[in-house]
Design a protein around this ligand. Sequence first.
Ligand code: SF4
Ligand code: SF4
Length: 384
Amino acid sequence: MSKVLVSNCDSYDLNQMKTMIQASIDQLGGSEKYVKKGQKVLLKINLIGPKKPEKAATTNPEFVRAVGQLVQSWGGEVYVGDSSGGAIAGMAPTKKSFIVSGIEKVANEEGFIIVNFDEVGPVKKEIAGNYSSELYITKAIEEVDVVINLPKMKTHSMGIYTGAVKNLFGAIPGLRKAKYHKDGPNPLDFGEFLADIHKAINNMPLHIMDGIVSMQGEGPTAGNPYSAGKILISEDPLSLDRIAMEMMSIDPDKVPILQASVKRGIGVWDRTQIEVIGDVSKLKKYKLPKKYFSKEPTDYDRVKGVIDFFKAVPIVKQKKCVNCNTCVDACPVHAIDRKTKLINYTTCIDCLCCHELCMVEAIELKSQKKYVNVVRAISSIFYK
Ligand code: SF4
Ligand code: SF4
């Protein structure tokens, strides 16, 4: 039996949020169950892109402040991290996302340490996945004692819903995310990658969802804000998602990205085995994505084609390079030649660590086809 606590919270008022969250944590057994004094605690936010808080695409910065302050009061040292969207390279740089989302400002004010997953690089995890035997996950997760997942309650124009399970996709740094999107364009296959990530992380005991202002319609970035006034807390990401969908009036059988997690026992899915504490009445006039009602099958080859079209690779601009070798030493797979700075794209795992660490911005993300770079530059103007 799993437990999901749902509290009503109609604004991002700091005291109200902290009171509600602390009350739920107490009902789950108290903070000491999750965070011990002196532990490093990473808040895994949803930082999908450089989106302002009022767009409701990212975990709200005040929500991050509330959870971070609570963790500090429990004796933990707070880290805040994510890697922004990577399917369309260069349009969602993580550094910029931290600034535009307001999360960098909050972190600086509160003494939280920002962890840009693209900067710290990945570790290789051997897994027994259905689609691959290895996974590159941010080092940040290995370097802390506890991870607390802070997803945003949102719709998804292709996957219908995105919440606690999907939020872990950001644990894959850089453009590697695009590869997983391409290898699994079908939501059932893509769900396998999500299950792999959850299986590979074993220090994440708590999930706290920002459903105060949710995103409805064509999420996860192009929908509209909806004042849902909810905070959901659980030890079980799958149960939490199931209850969030119930409130959003989403039939759980119509969300294929979660099916692999159900099959592979990431959490409890059976509704009769989920104890809910709080008000789970349906959110009125909540808009679901068009795809939810459509009978048209999705053309996944087209999806793959779009990802391929926008595919970018890191390229060292020789004229700008000052030969410091930071990128060479940081590359986890030794793909950059020390002498020539040429990148071996057969070994490169698209983690973006080199791009993030170069102090003189000598590493650019470019397609090898010129006209694609023009299209991407134009598209990024509209990605706001
Ligand atoms: S980090 Fe930048 S400046 Fe340093 S070697 Fe690499 S490309 Fe050149
Ligand atoms: S060259 Fe190395 S550091 Fe740069 S993206 Fe590829 S794998 Fe990452």
